[in-house]
Design a binder for this molecule. Structure first.
Ligand code: S3P
Length: 167
């Protein structure tokens, strides 16, 4: 069986946590795209942003996303921006199915304010700035996330129901 599942959604929506659980339950390999970028670049995502800039990061992200072409099945947690650049979303849908892990901006804010130091796009932002950034970026990206094959609520994910989508 050939099954590639890509989880998409905003930073902090739970793509990696849910992706790991889903992969385990479906007995599929799990791929964390940010971790793969770090492994291949031998450098953290934060440092790629800092020293090479976002443009270089987005190029690497797209290349690494497409480097799993020969794998047959997996669950991949993508980065929050992945489907929004180049032809990445089109590529994802040429390979398999996507699931949008949907979360409201308030919940995203609550989660990100606790972990912002490890996230290069938000680590220097103060509270009000962070909320503004989330709301603005969300407005820009929502229409891309909404093109996913399936959508699940990030606060009430039911793994069994998600698995049924692929039966
Ligand atoms: C980004 C999200 C991050 C990571 C990078 C950029 C974004 O991934 O790819 O910091 O632009 O939303 P997570 O969504 O896994 O935090």
């Amino acid at each position: 069986m050939k099954l590639k599942i890509f989880l998409i959604g905003f930073m902090g929506s739970g793509k990696s946590t849910i992706g790991k659980k889903l992969a385990k339950a479906m007995q599929l390999p799990f791929i964390d795209l940010d971790k793969e970028i770090e492994r291949k670049a031998k450098c953290s995502v934060s440092d790629i942003f800092k020293y090479l800039g976002e443009k270089s990061f987005r190029k690497m992200e797209s290349e690494v996303l497409k480097s799993f072409e020969n794998e047959t099945s997996f669950v991949m947690a993508t980065g929050g921006g992945t489907p929004c650049y180049f032809d990445n979303l089109e590529y994802i849908h040429s390979q398999g199915k996507s699931i949008y892990i949907e979360l409201d901006t308030k919940s995203i804010y609550n989660r990100l304010s606790k972990t912002k130091n490890i996230r290069p796009t938000i680590k220097d932002k103060k509270e009000a700035e962070l909320m503004e950034f989330i709301e603005q970026t969300f407005v820009n990206r929502k229409h891309v996330y909404e093109q996913a094959s399936y959508k699940v609520n990030g606060l009430t994910v039911d793994l069994k129901k998600v698995m049924e989508l692929f039966k």
